[in-house]
Design a binder for this molecule. Structure first.
Ligand SMILES: *[C@@H]1O[C@H](CO)[C@@H](O)[C@H](O)[C@H]1NC(C)=O
Ligand SMILES: *[C@@H]1O[C@H](CO)[C@@H](O)[C@H](O)[C@H]1NC(C)=O
Ligand SMILES: *[C@@H]1O[C@H](CO)[C@@H](O)[C@H](O)[C@H]1NC(C)=O
Length: 327
């Protein structure tokens, strides 16, 4: 009888973390075993503590951004890394050939604030899901922008086409890739299919490019040069259109970003593991920011976007490996 009482108490105690129960309900989380649930629960608790403490400090003005619990809050480090570049890091070209470098005219002036969404050059926020295909989303993003600025038509382009078909250019599907290699593939292939025609599956599949479904082409691509130079990135983002960039997104603060200007002093400017899209820049509340489109769905961050620190010594490497296609 006594044993029975004890067991009941334990069961009740487990069920009595309302934040955990709410989290599971909200994100439709189901776990295969009790031991998995316990492990997930403790990851969640650790993140929940971090988010609460950060937000208390942010409310007193100690931070320029807020965090929130989201669908990533029960992920292991390994699963988080999988969402980035698989297990790999982005290798980048520090010495591109002359004809692959962005060369603005010396008297180019750009606006203090730019948002290419307002010009109609940016498609809806997409979701890469559990596949390390961020590079493909970054590449389609800058090509969608260049194609729009040239033709006046905003066409959503196929990441799955790049995941399945650009291995010959050096990409590895859901295990990572590079935006400039995606442009090399599109150029050699003579086009990239539309999203509608070649929809996203979040898995590696056999290539089934269909030339009848091509939505855009690429003639070449330009690196922003020199690397690490936020002024060079500003000239490009203020005149060319949305620019593909690689960043260090390793940190729990990035995964849990909610709003405000992201600032992570631990961020590396050379350890790059995530491809995203700069769609503008500006300043708010005394903080300069890059406006960045991510590929983690609209529920993440500011409707899928993040404001990242600008003019803070190339924080998170945003200007280290920036590139855009020439159409
Ligand atoms: C810069 O500002 C001018 C004047 O408001 C505007 O016409 C132009 O479209 C802006 N450029 C960009 C890239 O936003
Ligand atoms: C592409 O279009 C042409 C002409 O309409 C057609 O003959 C061909 O079968 C199409 N190819 C594919 C792969 O759908
Ligand atoms: C700017 O600061 C105000 C007051 O501190 C705050 O309410 C607002 O959210 C901040 N804006 C951004 C974009 O962070």
């Amino acid at each position: 009888m006594r044993l029975f009482v004890v067991v009941v108490c334990v069961a009740v105690a487990t069920a009595l973390d309302p934040e955990w129960e709410d989290f599971k309900r909200r994100y439709g989380k189901r776990y295969e075993s009790l031991s998995e649930e316990n492990a997930r629960h403790s990851i969640f608790e650790e993140n929940n503590r971090m988010v609460k403490q950060h937000n208390e400090e942010a409310a007193t003005g100690k931070h320029t951004f807020f965090m929130r619990i989201n669908k990533f809050s029960d992920l292991t480090n390994e699963e988080r890394q999988q969402l980035l570049m698989g297990a790999g890091l982005l290798q980048y070209n520090t010495n591109p050939p002359e004809d692959k470098i962005f060369k603005p005219s010396p008297d180019l002036k750009v606006n203090d604030t730019v948002d290419w969404r307002e010009k109609g050059a940016v498609t809806e926020v997409k979701n890469q899901k559990q596949c390390g295909s961020c590079w493909a989303f970054s590449a389609t993003g800058s090509l969608e922008g260049q194609h729009f600025l040239k033709t006046g038509e905003l066409v959503s382009l196929s990441e799955q086409n790049l995941v399945d078909c650009s291995r010959s250019a050096g990409n590895k599907g859901c295990d990572g890739g590079l935006m400039d290699q995606a442009f090399v593939y599109i150029k050699d292939n003579g086009g990239i299919d539309t999203e509608e025609c070649y929809p996203y599956k979040a898995e590696n599949h056999k290539c089934h490019y269909n030339a009848n479904c091509s939505g855009a082409t690429v003639r070449s691509y330009h690196h922003i040069f020199p690397p690490h130079d936020e002024k060079a990135l500003l000239r490009a983002a203020g005149s060319v259109g949305p620019i593909s960039v690689s960043i260090d997104a390793t940190w729990g603060s990035f995964f849990h970003y909610s709003h405000g200007v992201y600032d992570e002093p631990k961020c590396s400017s050379t350890h790059l593991d995530h491809g995203v899209l700069v769609v503008g820049y500006g300043s708010t509340n005394g903080s300069d920011y890059w406006l960045v489109k991510n590929s983690w769905g609209k529920e993440w961050g500011m409707e899928g976007y993040i404001m990242m620190s600008r003019n803070k010594h190339n924080q998170c490497g945003i200007a280290t490996a920036a590139v855009y296609p020439v159409v």
